[in-house]
Design a protein around this ligand. Structure first.
Ligand SMILES: NC(=O)c1ccc[n+]([C@@H]2O[C@H](COP(=O)([O-])OP(=O)(O)OC[C@H]3O[C@@H](n4cnc5c(N)ncnc54)[C@H](OP(=O)(O)O)[C@@H]3O)[C@@H](O)[C@H]2O)c1
Length: 307
């Protein structure tokens, strides 16, 4: 089969998309490809200077496109509310939400503005709250989709309900996989709830394999992980544009299915053409997904409709 590329994206004209972390890395590539396919794209990020640069680059590639930046700091519930408030204020149906932004493996325990452990708070709780607050607009969209970015790392993850925020013991390489497992549990549970509640949205997940972005550098990773990263990168990684393809497939392909999880199909899913990805057993645990959902509602104060 011919590998799926951005040329296979169906026309997105008339569709409104929000891409979190659209200012850099995979998110920028996702925003760029969606805009080039005709979507109106909101590049959502925490850094307005990076936002302007990203928008300018996309406008150069698609001069007649509709793309703009909106401030969104997922490590601040106030910012998530403000962003969602502005979008809800415009009242336009939202056809696609790409929950992409993320931080990885902070060497020391850091917290969000609301006191959540940084990775759990940003990668999972921020997106959980954002999706809940944008649900009315998503429900208004025609065949709307929510795509949540997970990671190969979810396979090593465990939701530690006794110490979700790493307060008793913080281990960077447990906190990141936990947050990425939470992303996948959320994506699957969102589809179950949409089906049960008749919300009419399609929820999918993706992972980029091993893509060359700023993720590890931003994490300030050092020691064995940094060495491993540098050793593996030359042969096991691919570009950010290639790493963005599974999420773009999930976001746009008519062949993508509800609860589908997509990643690169070669080299233990680290690179290669888009293919269905392996979902670890713990990500399929519906009891854990329900419990995580309830805890996330309590922590964020954002409730989805009961089902
Ligand atoms: N690269 C990989 O190999 C890999 C592998 C598995 C999964 N992933 C996942 O892919 C996603 C994208 O990562 P990437 O590789 O593209 O990394 P990246 O180059 O570091 O980009 C991350 C993006 O997220 C944004 N971001 C971080 N914290 C944020 C916050 N509090 N609020 C709003 N935006 C925030 C960053 O904004 P700033 O520019 O302001 O920092 C940036 O735009 C993440 O969810 C990551 O876990 C990546």
């Amino acid at each position: 089969m011919t590998p799926w590329t951005t040329k296979d994206i169906p026309p997105q004209t008339g569709r409104l998309a929000v891409v979190t972390g659209g200012t850099g890395g995979l998110g920028f590539e996702i925003a760029l490809a969606l805009a080039c396919a005709g979507a109106e794209v909101v590049v959502a990020g925490r850094n307005s200077e990076k936002g302007s640069v990203a928008v300018e680059r996309i406008q150069r590639a698609k001069p007649d496109g509709a793309v703009y930046f909106e401030l969104l700091d997922l490590a601040s519930l106030a910012s998530v509310h403000a962003f969602a408030g502005r979008l809800n204020g415009k009242g336009k149906a939202l056809d696609l939400l790409v929950n992409n932004a993320g931080v990885a493996a902070s060497p020391t325990r850091r917290v969000t503005e609301d006191g959540f452990e940084l990775q759990f708070g940003t990668n999972h709780l921020g997106h959980f709250a954002l999706t809940g607050l944008l649900l009315p607009l998503l429900r208004r969209g025609a065949s709307s989709r929510v795509v949540t970015m997970s990671s190969l790392g979810h396979r090593g993850g465990k939701i530690n309900f006794d110490d979700l925020q790493g307060e008793k013991e913080y281990k960077p390489f447990a906190a990141y996989p936990q947050s990425k497992l939470a992303n996948l549990l959320f994506a699957l549970e969102l589809q179950r709830r949409s089906d049960a509640g008749g919300w009419g949205i399609m929820s999918l997940a993706a992972h980029p394999g091993f893509a060359r972005t700023e993720l590890m550098a931003n994490a300030g990773t050092s020691g064995i992980m940094a060495i491993l990263n540098d050793l593996l990168a030359p042969f096991a990684s691919h570009s950010a544009a290639e790493g963005a393809l599974p999420a773009l497939f999930a976001a746009t392909s008519p062949d993508a299915v509800p609860m589908g999880y997509y990643g690169p199909g070669k080299m233990f899913e680290m690179k290669g053409p888009v293919a269905p990805a392996v979902i670890a057993k713990q990500a399929k645990d519906e009891a854990v997904a329900r419990r995580l959902w309830e805890v996330s509602e309590k922590l964020t104060g954002v409730s989805f409709p009961a089902v």
